[in-house]
Every structure is written in C-alpha cells, then in structure tokens.
Design a protein around this ligand. Sequence first.
Ligand code: 9MR
Length: 381
Amino acid sequence: MMNRRQALSLSAVGLLAACESANARGQGTPTPSLHELAQRKGMRFGSAVGAGQPGTVTASLDDPRYREILARECGMLVHENELKWYVLRPDVNTYDYVRADRVMDFAAQHGMGVRGHTLVWHHPRWFPEWLETHDYGARPAAEAERLVVEHINAIVDRYGDRIDSWDVVNETVDENTGALRETALSRHLGHQEIIDLSFHTARAAAPNAQLVYNDYMSWEAGHEQHQAGVLRLLEGMKARGVPIDALGIQSHIGSGNSDDSVGFDTAREGNWRRFMDEVTGMGLDIVISEFDVHDKNLPADIPSRDQAVAELARRYLDLMLSYPQTKDVLAWGMVDSYSWLQTHWVRPDGIAKRPTPYDAAYQPKPLRQAIADAFIAAPAR
Ligand code: 9MR
C-alpha cells in the first residue's frame, strides 16, 4: 500500500504512468528505466555518485539503496568529487586514487560507462592550496605546463580505457564578467594557454574520447554575461583549432544558485535557443552534465513543489532534447537526501529540498516521470 504522503507526491505530473509502471514491479521500481528510455532515442542517462566522507551528502555510494537505484536507472556514472585535484592530489607528489577507484569499480561491476569530471577545474577556489604556494622556480610557465600535462596524463593513463567523455576544463568563465578566471596556473602560463594546453594534452592521451568544456551558464535571467563569455571562449577555441567536441551544460535549473536568487522560474527561452543555436552551429555536441532542479524559492507544500519542479524540468528537457546534438543526460544525484543543494543555500524555512528524481524514502517523484516523458517525446538521434 502506498501511504498518503507518497500518494500525494505522485499526484502531479504523469500520475497514471508512474503508478502503472511502479505497480508492475513493486513500489519504487518504475520501468522501463531512464537509461532504457534514453537509449531508445540514441541517448544515455546517468547520474553523479559520491565516494566522499562517510555519513555526509557526498557519500551516496555507501548507501545500498542508492546503489540499487543507480544500477536500475543508469547507464553511466560520473564522480561527484573524486577526480577533482583537491581530492586526488593532497600534495604535489601524491595521487590518491582510492575514492575514484571505488566509483570506477562499481561502474565496471554494472557495465556502466563513466564520464570524467574533471581534469582541470580552472577556478581558484577548487584547486588545492599547494598549487598556489608551489615553488614554480626560474621558469614558472614551464613548471605550470609540466604540472598540468603530468596531471592529465596520469589520470587518463589510469582511467582512459573506461572513460569515453572528459570534462577537460570546468567553469573557467566568470559568471559575472564573462572573463576567464585567474589561477596560479594561468598567472604563470596565460589564460588561453592553459585551456588550449589542457585540451591538446587530453586529445593526445585519449584520442577517441569526447572532450568537453563544462560550465553552469543556464537559461535563467541573469546568465547573459556568462553565456556570452562561454560563447567567446568556444569561438576562440574553434578558431585556434583546439580539439573540443562538446559543451557540457550543467543544467542546475530552477531557483538559481546564489543567496540572492529570487523566484523559481526565470527562464528566457528565446535567448537560450539562440545560445544553443550558436553552440551547435560551431559543430559541438551538447552534454546535459549535472541536471537538477533547485526548489529553494518554491512554497513548502510537497505535492505542488514536486509538480512545479517536474513541469520546469519537462519544459527544459523538451527544449534541450529537441537538439539532436544532445546525447547524454546526467542527473547531479538521484536521491534528494544526497543532493549538494541540501548543504548550499538552505531554504529560509529550513526544510529539505527536493531537486532530484527520487525522494528521501527512495520513491520516484514526478521529476522522475518528467525525465521519462521527455525521453519518450524526444526525437530519435
Ligand atoms: O556536488 C559537489 C559538492 O559535493 C562539492 O562540495 C562541490 C565542490 O567540489 O562540487 C559539487 O559539484 C559541482 C561540480 O563539480 C561542478 N559544477 C557544480 C557542482 C555543484 O556545485
């Protein structure tokens, strides 16, 4: 029997389909899986998973019920944090693969693909402290180059046969100015140089993998500078012959990800289509790389909150999947209790957020149905 809360939470979008498919295999196991639905249209579906500090939101891999949802719904995984420099590289000489390996092992056991996130998160906040204080010596540009090349080669050498898509550079465009961010590496080597070097190195190390620039410019009002900066970056890379295959559009949609974000849905669809047209017009593919729907500014009531989240997701995915260049869709987490948004920009009323396809009781939500429906409605590619 479904309890009242679960019945309510399913009452919004796609109620009938969700119940029918859930009942077919017992509650909480809708069929076909999201990955199966994606595959029918020539796409893939997957999720982030974390092997972080046990007992925290970053440790979803430790939870057998989370693993069960991944195994059932996903054809691919992405490390939430485990390939980042600040996790892998405790100091200049050490590579600590323990946590990253756990994700790779789980993916292998279940025959899943893996996206590589990320070789160079070119953002001063997310490099380890030692990269700032490192002694770059008499030839600092050469030393910065050596660090980047060595890092990329080491990671791709270890995982390259199992990772077919890399976020080579992540978030290097400043959201407010559209300019490239400065880090210790770019100070020594140059902004453009560090990006180009990363992509050329990745191509040489992984000649058959998809190489992606990944960022969080989104369709909401207020993202215009960010979008323009990313377009400038991509155009420059194409003009210089830098090997890039796709743009990773993180797709953290909804309430906006900042303390002063207002409202829930400030999408500017016409403007966003122009952005998508420009990107795809450069011959680039699209990866929806970190999808979730931030419900910070929605009223607390669960059925209406879930419905608003699902409706926005459907509108967004319909637009995105109308581009045949969109081939992979990855959720940034499958279960609400493990979402990064629980610990970032807490709701004024302090209650838990509901940004992912499954609730904290591991039951599918209207958002899960919205994703399924978007795959069903999408043109084949
Ligand atoms: O979900 C990730 C969270 O656990 C980390 O604390 C945070 C900083 O490393 O990164 C989060 O993931 C980010 C991703 O790597 C890049 N795009 C934005 C994501 C959400 O912040």
